[in-house]
Unconditional design. Structure first.
Lengths: 541, 156
């Protein structure tokens, strides 16, 4: 047997954000770790953000939608029955390569929505239990921010000082102060100073296309080099077809297709899935067997259900002031939790986080005018120059993340006909925005218009409503009851005692914030749990 | 990046594109037109190098524009015939235009550039006690049954 095929202590499927977190930690703790990642390494010189064509490249080769990108590393997604597009990145570092690095934690109430609001379900863990792992992953992910946000309970401040909120953040904050509404400098996993392998942010403002400066925490930079240094083996371009089980029903490894198209097997004592809300559900459903006819770890029937996607909205304002709205990080300048919690006087439950991000380049400016909810959407002819001159440098945009509550009708299933380039089933997304989410967006976009007016905008409009989602959550939820959940509070599958899930699929509810901070904290907590329980852990034969 | 387009336009096609592009992006008010910045030359080549998927829709509209006909009428016809294809054509034209340093300078748009913050810049933007009203209002998070487990907790 070659070293490559040697059975591992732990097999991780997915070398992305949460895979990187747990791989580093388990390798440092002495486990023999192997990771199968379907994509490859990102070469920073290929990233578009420092090139004149950045917007054109970001609209195709580096688009967050794999169906647009069409990369060999991606699998196609059948999304014709989904209200919104699904975004992800497949490669070492995963979606942390392309995320905006907005590093907001859940609020305490997010773990107790059933208790507090009578909807959905409580989590089996609390904010207080997760807090130490939030603080540890803040350090690992170079979080920059300002401590003392009154929207959160007390705790350690971020390890690095906050970035400037720039002219856009200040302008937005002035309006929020007039209204008496909450705002705070937005925490980001982007270093405000040189930090370990990462450089100080150069404020290119193109974070969502990957950072060519190496100034954004993505696990290909922050975690994988350390994991490899501690002996982890990372196999790229490895397309996992199935998680296998032994005669006792324990996970025994994975069958995968390597870069040459050869089918291989990687054995392991423990298997960890880290492919996020679409990929993990797809893989569990692809791993059906005589013992698990409905898919692996699916005795509850919930694998692939309760998909939550955070259909965003954006509200644009045009100002007379020179705002340098292209200046990064992007990244958020400020965030607001003013309308985050349930207010019984409204016609919906739960709420939204708001955030101000840089507005990007001129093609993005044109798109805001052309596709927004406004009467005058003409951008060609004489309007081309008029609108660009009006918008560039003078735009401020509030983005709004609504809490999407779980619904078993929103699903990831295996498409019966569409396949990836290896002949493996593509995932099919079935997703409809709920009436609660629609009302939530209606209320919050109206308030954001008011916020713009308070800040002095001379025009404002809803520039996006229910657009794409990169937050892929809930399709293998955690819980204490095996009949109503897929994994327990540590991410261990109820049905398969040596199978763990460490990505956004375990989310019970989605919160109204960017989920990566919580995904990473949960992954670290699961890793620590695996280490602590190693002596008594049941493993594959 | 200076990717070379896999598809290169013939000179006659560039001539047609020049005329059509000026309908989308005319000059005036201190701004150069599409032809003023040379959209139909190296900028469209670089655009198609970055976005080879735009070549087919671009060429389809360029080639269907009848020689000698009014470019404005041809643009309107293309827009009415297939709005989605027209959007891709227009994206190629505007993308090429906005690659031009001349256009960016006229727009006063610098593009992504390295601009690291200086050490006290974060505080500069919070001058005049901007954040004080938020601090003074105190905690706003919603307590849960376990909220008082944290040391120093000051419940809203």
């Amino acid at each position: 047997m070659s070293d490559r095929d040697k059975k591992a202590d732990v097999l991780i499927v997915g070398g992305g954000t949460s895979g990187g977190i747990i791989a580093k930690q388990l390798a440092e703790d002495g486990f023999d770790v192997v990771c199968l990642e379907r994509g490859g390494w990102v070469n920073a010189s290929e990233l578009p953000g420092d090139k004149p064509e950045f917007e054109l490249l970001g609209g195709q080769a580096w688009h967050p939608n794999p169906n647009v990108r069409g990369s060999a590393a991606d699998y196609p997604i059948e999304d014709s029955d989904s209200d919104v597009d699904v975004w992800m990145y497949n490669g070492v570092g995963g979606s942390s390569v392309l995320y905006a690095a907005c590093w907001s934690r859940f609020l305490p109430s997010d773990f107790r929505v059933r208790t507090l609001d009578g909807v959905a379900d409580d989590w089996p863990i609390s904010y207080e239990e997760l807090l130490p792992y939030y603080e540890e992953t803040d350090v690992e992910m170079a979080v920059s921010g300002r401590g003392g946000d009154p929207a959160y309970p007390p705790g350690a401040p971020p390890p690095l000082p906050a970035h400037p909120i720039n002219k856009t953040g200040r302008k937005a904050a002035e309006g929020m102060n007039k209204l008496g509404w909450h705002w705070w400098p937005g925490p980001v996993s982007i270093p405000s100073q040189d930090y370990g392998p990462l450089k100080q942010c150069a404020r290119l403002g193109i974070c969502r296309m990957g950072c060519p400066e190496g100034a954004k925490a993505s696990t290909d930079l922050t975690h994988w080099p350390l994991a490899l240094k501690h002996g982890a083996r990372l196999i790229t371009n490895a397309r996992v077809a199935e998680i296998t089980v032994d005669e006792h029903g324990r996970a025994s490894g994975a069958v995968y297709i390597d870069r040459d198209g050869t089918e291989r097997f990687q054995g392991a004592s423990i298997v960890v899935l880290a492919a996020n809300g679409v990929g993990t559900a797809r893989l569990l459903l692809m791993s059906s067997s005589a013992r698990f006819p409905d898919g692996l770890a699916n005795s509850s029937g919930l694998v692939g259900t309760r998909l939550m996607l955070h259909p965003y909205a954006t509200v644009t304002g045009i100002y007379d002031d020179e705002l340098e709205d292209w200046l990064g990080p992007a990244g958020q300048q400020i965030q607001s939790m003013q309308f985050y919690e349930t207010d019984t006087s409204r016609d919906f439950v739960r709420g939204c986080k708001w955030l101000v991000l840089p507005t990007g380049g001129p093609l993005g400016t044109l798109a805001r005018y052309a596709s927004g909810e406004r009467e005058d959407r003409e951008i060609w002819g004489a309007e081309f120059h008029r609108k660009l001159r009006e918008g560039i440098g003078h735009t401020l945009e509030w983005s709004i993340i609504p809490e999407d509550l779980p619904d078993e009708a929103n699903t990831v299933t295996l498409d019966p006909t569409l396949k990836d380039s290896d002949g493996l089933p593509a995932p099919k997304i079935t997703y409809a925005t709920s009436e609660n989410t629609r009302r939530m967006l209606e209320f919050n976009t109206a308030r954001a218009v008011e916020a713009h007016q308070a800040s002095g905008a001379r025009q404002t409009w809803v520039s996006g409503r229910r657009w794409a989602a990169g937050h892929l959550l809930g399709t293998a939820r955690m819980g204490d009851d095996p009949t109503t959940s897929v994994v327990d509070g540590y991410g261990r599958a109820h049905d398969v005692e040596n199978l763990f899930i460490v990505d956004g699929s375990t989310f019970v509810t989605s919160s109204g914030v960017n989920p990566t901070s919580t995904i990473c904290a949960l992954a670290r907590r699961t890793g620590k749990h695996i280490t602590a329980g190693a002596r008594s852990q049941a493993v594959a034969a | 990046m200076s990717a070379v387009a896999a598809v290169r336009l013939e000179e006659a096609e560039r001539e047609t594109l020049r005329a059509l592009a000026d309908v989308l992006i005319p000059g005036g008010e201190g701004m150069p037109s599409a032809s003023d910045v040379g959209v139909a030359g190296k900028w469209i080549d670089r655009t198609l190098g970055a976005r080879p998927d735009l070549a087919a829709p671009l060429l389809a509209i360029v080639r269907s524009a009848a020689e000698g006909k009014d470019p404005a009428a041809e643009v309107e016809r293309a827009r009415g015939a297939d709005a989605a294809a027209f959007e891709l054509f227009a994206l190629a034209v505007s993308g090429a235009y906005l690659l031009s340093p001349k256009a960016k300078k006229a727009l006063r748009y610098p593009g992504p550039r390295r601009n690291r913050a200086y050490p006290d810049e974060a505080e500069h933007y919070l001058a005049d006690d901007l954040i004080e009203p938020v601090v003074q209002r105190g905690p706003i998070y919603r307590p849960t049954p376990s909220s008082n487990e944290l040391p120093g907790a000051r419940l809203p």
